[in-house]
Design a protein around this ligand. Structure first.
Ligand SMILES: [Zn+2]
Length: 106
């Protein structure tokens, strides 16, 4: 196909980079970098489904009409460890994640 302008970053790209079609713009193409960024963000939507894989997650929980948001670690047996030693998996209303691990600085 050749060269195209990515409809997200407006970069001049070669279609050999594994671009995808833009779902929001007919005939638009999205470069592989922007596509990867989009799929990362997609995973960060709030959902009522309890995570099925271990990792760090955003958690939303309603406490006396006040919505609290925090980050919890969920382990292999789907238990949370927040606050230290308490499993509050069943109290959490909504989840978002997993949150990717930061990269080490060189
Ligand atoms: Zn792009």
């Amino acid at each position: 196909m050749g060269w195209y302008i990515c409809s997200r970053c407006y970069g001049y790209k070669n279609s050999d980079d594994g671009c995808i079609e833009d779902p929001e713009h007919p005939l638009g193409l999205i470069c592989s970098d922007c596509a990867a960024e989009m799929s990362r963000r997609k995973k960060m939507k709030w959902t009522k489904t309890v995570p099925t894989e271990p990792g760090w997650y955003w958690a939303k929980y309603c406490y006396f009409l006040k919505t609290m948001r925090f980050v919890v670690y969920i382990d292999d047996s789907l238990n949370t460890h927040y606050p230290e030693g308490y499993n509050i998996t069943l109290l959490i209303d909504e989840w978002a994640g997993p949150i990717p691990e930061p990269e080490e600085t060189e």
